[in-house]
Design a protein. Sequence first.
Length: 410
Amino acid sequence: MLGLMTTPEDRALHRRWLHDLTPIPTAAGREFRVIAWIEEWAATRPEVRLERDGAGNLTLRLAHAPTDAGPPLYFTAHMDHPGFVVERIVAPGVVQMSFRGGVMDAYFRGARVEVYDTADRRHAGVVSGPADAPGPFKQWLCEVEGRWDLKVGDVGIWALPAPEERDGLFHALACDDLAALAGALGAFDVLRREGPVRDVRLLLTRAEEIGFVGAIAACRLGTIPAGSTVIALENSRSFAESPIGGGPIVRVGDRLSIFTPRLTDAVARRAEEIAQGTLTRSNVVSSADRTWRWQRKLMAGGACEASVFCDAGFDATCVCLPLGNYHNMGDLAAVEARTNDRPPTIEREFIATADFEGMVDLLIECGRGLPTEGSHAARFARLYDERRFVLEDRVGEAPRSGGASAASAR
């Protein structure tokens, strides 16, 4: 059973950040509203240093972090979500918008959207059809209602209800990846308050949804010091074998690569210890009414920034939240199989609140310290010591005399 890593007040605060962040309009390359929220968050914590690299990625670190506990440990999350960007004013009331992210075409025509101008005024609209225009992203025409003053570069999002919690689930426009970002901030804030035993930092990247562009830039620009350890945070489409409510997922790899095995093993070991209750602490609230769950999976259907960091030579792995309505595509499995009995509909993404809280717990414990020895080392050593006597026999050599083998040889 779980000895909670946070207080009830912490939980409530982290969930408030979850509600604040996940409806913010954002898209690859146009993350400025999320950035402004994070800047305001950091400004209320004098010991937090916020830095931008040349690509606009954000790093949050503590001014007086320990310097004698090895290289930094980074929690990373991305600040964009699949969304629209105004590319051209076609006519009064009509704009052409690129869509930066992966959503099936069947979900667009007739979908309701909201386009935000530079003054944060919201303009309702509807996607009328595709636009024949060159470029790396698909283009769509949108008819915008009423009086408006939109400009090239304005951001459009799906028109969806406000975030909501019900029946243990949290529903919002952009769980991917703003829920993970909220979780990273929660863990970082608890570690900040405690005084971390190692240098824990956050790297918040841009333009992940169009090919990890911000993460690639961070590696090329030297944003992360050599020798650093990286735990990338994601929201990944849930399947039967990776259920929502089954706990945060320690990912061993994605469709591009296998992550650093020893680091993945170390994170999994921390998860096992939390689940077994061996990390219960006297200054936190204990819980006897629910089980702390976690999962260890190969997420073979998608890819994440951990592959970028591994390829750049860092020890990297991933922790993710199992996600429903991936990229806002409702009834996705049926739509893919063409067995849906209703038109493809844009809906809010959703995660389990307990999974989100579990991610925060796991990150806190990883920040407090990761084991340097693999969790299997002691088991393998014991097996060898107990059973190596069988290797003293000569390999493959039959008995010299007597018995069935000797008789059959004559």
